[in-house]
Design a protein around this ligand. Structure first.
Ligand SMILES: Nc1ncnc2c1ncn2[C@@H]1O[C@H](COP(=O)(O)OP(=O)(O)OP(=O)(O)O)[C@@H](O)[C@H]1O
Ligand SMILES: [Mg+2]
Length: 268
């Protein structure tokens, strides 16, 4: 009996191997005042996202996805509850959090390399030391030859790849991505989904991703949080039990279609 217990214990992951909570939303609430009317953008959202997890939020327009990401990023204040990242309450932006938006938001007067280096300036880091890293990130996404060129010389998909590099510059533990590929055509989106999967599988960041594309959500995520609007709330969290690593073959797996249908059904 004692021997059996020992065996069971030794097979369990040690405390340091076990995934730890990366992002905790504890009764998160956000209200906006629209004239005299009080709008509840987020109504008591409680959710724990684990270290290295790829978590995606889907939901109808206006259900509070962007608001939720902005509060996690420390860009917006909450009206109640709290956000805790790696055990610390979020009160302001941090270099441990990288963010990406629907449009690349690159500065047109700066070279692509200098756009990638922007967070170094924002957070007062040594730009010279990060230059090598910025160049290798551009190489990683196939834009090594474009480092000294300018954003206007790139396609939309290439500009989003520069934005991916900028997000990764400070090696943040948490990546927040708000519909990063939604303005792109289907083929470019699929290409960047594969790029993102490759980078994430390699580096295991904690990701909170927002999309309207259910297929994209199922392809990328460990879990999908389905939200509802007015008031903005979490309706259901769906685990995505597709094997990893995932790639283009995942898109034709019958279980992939079942999961897409399940999420679509919850969204109504
Ligand atoms: N600064 C603001 N002032 C007042 N209301 C706001 C503000 N920002 C967002 N809202 C409101 O909060 C609600 C949630 O907005 P949010 O942008 O988070 O939605 P979303 O889920 O990201 O929508 P979409 O899918 O269209 O991007 C909306 O009703 C919106 O009108
Ligand atoms: Mg939004």
């Amino acid at each position: 009996m004692v021997g059996q217990i020992r065996l069971v214990q030794s097979m369990e992951p040690s405390a340091s191997d076990r995934p730890r909570p990366a992002i905790e939303l504890i009764g998160l609430r956000k209200e906006f005042l629209l004239g005299k009317e009080l709008l509840v953008a987020l109504e008591e959202i409680s959710l724990t996202i684990m270290e290295g997890e790829f978590f995606t939020l889907v939901g109808p327009s206006g259900c509070g996805k962007t608001t939720c990401l902005n509060i996690i990023a420390g860009l917006e204040s909450d009206s109640g509850g709290s956000v805790v990242i790696a055990g610390r309450q979020v009160t302001k932006p941090s270099r441990d959090i990288g963010m990406m938006f629907q449009t690349p938001v690159l500065l047109p007067w700066r070279s692509n390399l200098d756009n990638v280096l922007l967070p170094a300036e924002v957070f007062g880091l040594d730009k010279k030391a990060l230059r090598k890293r910025a160049i290798s990130l551009l190489e990683l996404v196939g834009l090594g030859a474009f480092a000294q060129r300018y954003p206007f010389e790139l396609s939309g998909g290439m500009q989003q790849r520069v934005a991916i590099c900028r997000m990764l510059l400070c090696d943040p533990a948490v990546l927040l991505m708000d519909e990063p590929f939604s303005a792109l055509d289907e083929m470019t989106r699929e290409f960047l989904n594969m790029e993102l999967l490759r980078i994430w599988q390699d580096r295991r960041k904690t990701v909170v991703f927002v999309t309207h594309n259910i297929g994209e959500a199922v392809l990328l995520s460990d879990r999908i949080g389905v939200m509802a609007a007015r008031p903005g709330r979490l309706r259901e969290v769906v685990p995505i039990d597709l094997p990893r690593p995932r790639d283009k073959s995942t898109l034709v797996d019958p279980h992939f279609f079942r999961l897409v249908a399940r999420v679509r059904g919850i969204l109504g």
